[in-house]
Design a protein around this ligand. Structure first.
Ligand SMILES: [Ca+2]
Ligand SMILES: [Ca+2]
Ligand SMILES: [Ca+2]
Ligand SMILES: [Ca+2]
Length: 356
């Protein structure tokens, strides 16, 4: 098992859905708008696949993915695809030790809300939703040959049992030991349990080949956060598993590294409640639809835990503002010059009066 783990580390492979649950339920969860930022990672023709892996939009012009996913910056044949539009890669930043990469897009993504990075420490023990475009099989079948059964977007769930280092007695761990860790619990038997309890969730799931770079999401205070990036597992194609585990980059550990590269994420755009990089009418709609809520807090602009009139003021005062690197979006009036004109107007009037 150790040899297999070493050989395949870094290639999240052979995903599993419950054999006793219709695949459609996993496909349906994959279509949930909360996970729309998970897109395809394209390397045309590389390894014989159209698209190669998965990635998550974290800003209109930036994605997170796994470092082990091959990438060749600058080619127009590669990129992140969401909603049928492919955005070619710009600069690529690889973390020096963890299986994580931040990739710039040459064109801003519109119409997709970027995922919000998780910064807390409460994700261990919670139910996570895992989202990607990888291959799949069910829990009674051998794992597919890589690329033989690749997505549409699927999502399933698992309980985060701990960090890889917590289970080093059972699984090989020489690097990336701080990754989020969990096992696949098979319906109908505890014999393959590795971590946590042996009870599968209704949509128990583990990542597949092609899911690498996909997202792990948790809910906290009514908001959905990206808490993990798909990295590793221990399965072997064509071989039924004795037991399965997977490791996911713990996003919260790398918040500072990510925001050094993408400073917009460190200081979110005030009033941009749907996080599309511009303070626009859609943010007003989100505020209005959740007015009074203490659980759906995306539009809580002043951070007091309730959607109230003060949050409308935050939106109004920032209307038209755009995230620095997302200026390509939309045809919103230029806020700086408009504000400048308003500021200057009384002075200009006085100036002209004096001259006249
Ligand atoms: Ca499990
Ligand atoms: Ca378990
Ligand atoms: Ca917005
Ligand atoms: Ca508020």
């Amino acid at each position: 098992m150790c040899i297999a783990a070493i050989a395949y580390v870094g290639q999240a492979r052979a995903g599993v859905i419950r054999a006793d649950v219709p695949d459609q339920q996993y496909l349906d969860l994959g279509q949930d708008p909360r996970y729309e930022a998970v897109g395809r990672y394209w390397l045309n023709g590389f390894g014989g696949f159209d698209w190669f892996a998965s990635a998550v939009l974290i800003h209109p012009k930036w994605i997170l993915t796994a470092r082990h996913v091959p990438n060749f910056g600058g080619s127009i044949n590669i990129g992140y695809e969401a909603e049928g539009v492919r955005h070619p890669f710009g600069r690529i930043f690889k973390h020096p030790s963890e299986d994580l990469a931040v990739v710039e897009l040459q064109t801003a993504v519109t119409g997709i809300t970027p995922s919000q990075l998780y910064r807390g420490t409460s994700e261990i023990g919670s139910v996570a939703t895992l989202v990607g475009f990888g291959d799949f099989t069910d829990s009674s079948s051998p794992h597919p040959t890589e690329g033989s059964n690749r997505g549409p977007r699927r999502a399933g769930q698992n309980v985060i049992d701990g960090l890889r280092s917590d289970f080093s007695q059972k699984v090989f761990c020489s690097n990336w030991c701080g990754q989020l860790f969990f096992d696949f619990d098979y319906p109908g038997g505890p014999s393959k349990n590795i971590s946590g309890n042996e009870l599968p969730l209704p949509l128990e799931y583990i990542s597949a080949s092609g899911d690498s770079g996909g997202g792990l999401f948790v809910e906290e205070n009514g908001q959905t956060y990206l808490a993990g990036i798909s990295s590793t597992d221990n399965s072997v194609p064509g071989v039924p598993d004795a037991s399965l585990w997977s490791g996911w980059v713990r996003v919260a550990d790398y918040f500072d590294w990510i925001t050094d590269i993408v400073p917009d994420l460190a200081e979110p755009l005030l009033g941009d409640y749907n996080r599309n990089g511009v303070v626009d009418a859609a943010d007003y709609t989100l505020w209005k639809d959740n007015f009074g809520s203490t659980t759906e807090l995306a539009a809580d602009g002043n951070g007091d835990g309730v959607i109230d009139a003060a949050d409308y003021t935050v939106w109004k005062d920032n209307f038209g503002n755009t995230a620095g690197a997302a200026a390509a979006i939309g045809s919103v009036p230029e806020p700086a010059s408009a504000a400048l004109l308003l500021t200057l107007a009384p002075w200009l009037i006085r100036f002209f009066r004096r001259r006249n």
